[in-house]
Design a protein around this ligand. Structure first.
Ligand code: ADE
Length: 423
C-alpha cells in the first residue's frame, strides 16, 4: 500500500526556498524546541517510529516535525484546516526535512479528507491531532489499524472535548494525551498566542482602526480572555458575551462590559467568536447588527457563526478585500465576514507566534517520546500531560529567556507540606 502512495501532495514545490527561510526564522524564536532537537538527535527516542500528524502546516509545525525527525521518526503530515496551510512551508518540509506532506491551502472537503487518509495509509504508530479529525477518521473508517497505535496527542480545546465525548461513550480505543490541557500550553498559546494572532488576522484582513470601536468577544475561556485584552490594548471598547456565570463574573471584574450577545450585536463594530460551540452568532444577531459589522471566528471549527443563515438573508455578496466577504441585507446593512468563518488567526495571519508555539510543541515532542515508551501500558482514555513534562517546559522556557527564580528553602518546603504549624 505504502509504495503506491504519493510521497506528498503539495501545491507549490518551487516555493521551498521561501518556506525554508521562514521556518528558520521561526526556529530562532523556538529555543526550547532547539534544545529538544539536540537531545533527540543524541538519544533517538523515536527511532524507526511512524508518526502521523493532522496539524496546521505552519513554520512552527515544521519545526516540531524537524525535532521528531531528529529523534528518528518518519513523519507524515496533513492539514487540520483546509485554509491554514502555508504552501511554501509544505514545500520546504518535503524538500529539506524528508517529511511527507499532504496539504494544499484552499483544498476542498474531499481533498481534506483524502489527505487525512493518505496519512493513515502510512500506518502511523503515534498520531498528533489539532481538532481530532485524524483519530476520529481512524476510529470511523480504519478501526483495524487502531491496535497499531501506541498513543495520540491532541493540541486544541475543541479536540479534547470531542475525545472526552468518545471516551464517555466507550468508543475511544487508543490512549490520548490532552496536550491542550498542559499549563505551559493553554495559559500561553490559547491566551497570548490567539490573543495576538487573532487581532493580527483581523487587522491584516480589514486594516480598520480599532481605537474607539466597539469590539465584542463571544466566550471568555483562555482564547476569549486573550482576545479581549489585546482588543482593549488597541483602544477598543470591549464587550464580553459568556454563558458560564463564573467566567462572566471574571470578565466583569476584569473590567469588560458583559451582556447577552443580542444586545452586544446592536452596538458592535466587531464580533469575534471563541466558544467552541455552534451558531453562537445567528439570525437574531444579524437582524440587529450595525451596518458594517465585522465578524470573525477564533474557534477551531467554522460553525460558530451561522454562515448558511447569513447567506440566506443576504441579497448581495462581494469580496472587497482578500479574506473579506461582504453580505448586503435587504435593508441595505452590510455584514463583513472574515476568513469564511474559519480560524481568522491562521487564515488571515500566520497563526500563533513561534515563541508560544515553542512551549506547545515542546510539550508535544516530549509527550510523543513518552508515548513511544509508555503508550502500550496506558489505558484507552484521555490522559493529562505528565506533570514533570509540563514543569520541565516551564523551566526550560524560563532558562532560555534568561530568567532565574528563587528556590524554596528546605524549611519552607517542609512548612508547605505540614499541617502542624499555625499561628
Ligand atoms: N495553532 C495556532 N497557531 C499555530 C501555529 N502557528 N502553528 C501551528 N498550529 C497553530
Amino acid at each position: 500500500m505504502e509504495s503506491r502512495l504519493p510521497v506528498s501532495d503539495i501545491a507549490a514545490p518551487e516555493r521551498a526556498p521561501e518556506g525554508r527561510a521562514r521556518i528558520d526564522w521561526a526556529w530562532s524564536e523556538m529555543p526550547v524546541l532547539r534544545r529538544l532537537y539536540e537531545r533527540f538527535q543524541r538519544e533517538a527516542p523515536l527511532a524507526g517510529l511512524r508518526i502521523g500528524g493532522c496539524l496546521h502546516i505552519t513554520t512552527e509545525t515544521a519545526n516540531l516535525a524537524r525535532v521528531l525527525v531528529a529523534g528518528g521518526a518518519q513523519v507524515a503530515l496533513c492539514a487540520s484546516n483546509p485554509l491554514s496551510t502555508q504552501d511554501d512551508v509544505a514545500a520546504a518540509l518535503v524538500r529539506d526535512f524528508g517529511v511527507r506532506v499532504y496539504a494544499r491551502r484552499g483544498e476542498g472537503t474531499d481533498t481534506y479528507y483524502r489527505h487525512i487518509h493518505q496519512v493513515i495509509a502510512h500506518h502511523p504508530q503515534i498520531t498528533l491531532d489539532d481538532g481530532a479529525d485524524l483519530i476520529s477518521e481512524l476510529h470511523k473508517r480504519h478501526p483495524g489499524q487502531l491496535n497499531e497505535i501506541l498513543g495520540s496527542t491532541e493540541e486544541t480545546t475543541t479536540g479534547v472535548i470531542r475525545l472526552r465525548a468518545m471516551a464517555r461513550d466507550g468508543a475511544l480505543r487508543v490512549p490520548v494525551v490532552a496536550v491542550n490541557d498542559a499549563l505551559t500550553k493553554h495559559l500561553f498559546d490559547n491566551r497570548y498566542g490567539t490573543g495576538q494572532s487573532a487581532l493580527d488576522g483581523i487587522l491584516r484582513a480589514t486594516n480598520i482602526l480599532l481605537a474607539g470601536r466597539c469590539f465584542t468577544v463571544a466566550g471568555y475561556g483562555w482564547v476569549g480572555r486573550g482576545i479581549a485584552r489585546r482588543a482593549r490594548g488597541l483602544g477598543a471598547k470591549v464587550i464580553v458575551g459568556e454563558v458560564e456565570p463564573l467566567r462572566a463574573l471574571e470578565a466583569a471584574m476584569d473590567g469588560f462590559e458583559v451582556m447577552p450577545l443580542r444586545q452586544a450585536a446592536a452596538r458592535s463594530d466587531f464580533m469575534v467568536t471563541a466558544t467552541g460551540d455552534k451558531h453562537v452568532i445567528d439570525a437574531p444577531h444579524f437582524a440587529v447588527m450595525k451596518d458594517g459589522c465585522v465578524l470573525a471566528n477564533a474557534g477551531h471549527f467554522d460553525v460558530e457563526i451561522n454562515i448558511p443563515a447569513l447567506r440566506q438573508l443576504a441579497v448581495d455578496c462581494s469580496r472587497p478585500r482578500r479574506h473579506v466577504e461582504e453580505f448586503v441585507l435587504r435593508d441595505g446593512r452590510r455584514i463583513r465576514l472574515l476568513a469564511e468563518g474559519r480560524l481568522v488567526n491562521l487564515v488571515a495571519a500566520e497563526g500563533h507566534p513561534a515563541a508560544v508555539m515553542d512551549m506547545s510543541f515542546a510539550n508535544q515532542a516530549q509527550v510523543v517520546a513518552w508515548l513511544a515508551r509508555e503508550g502500550r501500558r496506558l489505558p484507552h482514555r484521555v490522559h493529562p500531560v505528565p506533570d514533570d513534562i509540563d514543569r520541565a517546559v516551564a523551566r526550560l522556557k524560563l532558562d532560555t529567556l534568561g530568567l532565574e527564580i528563587d528556590q524554596l528553602t528546605p524549611e519552607q518546603a517542609r512548612y508547605l507540606q505540614s499541617w502542624r504549624e499555625g499561628t
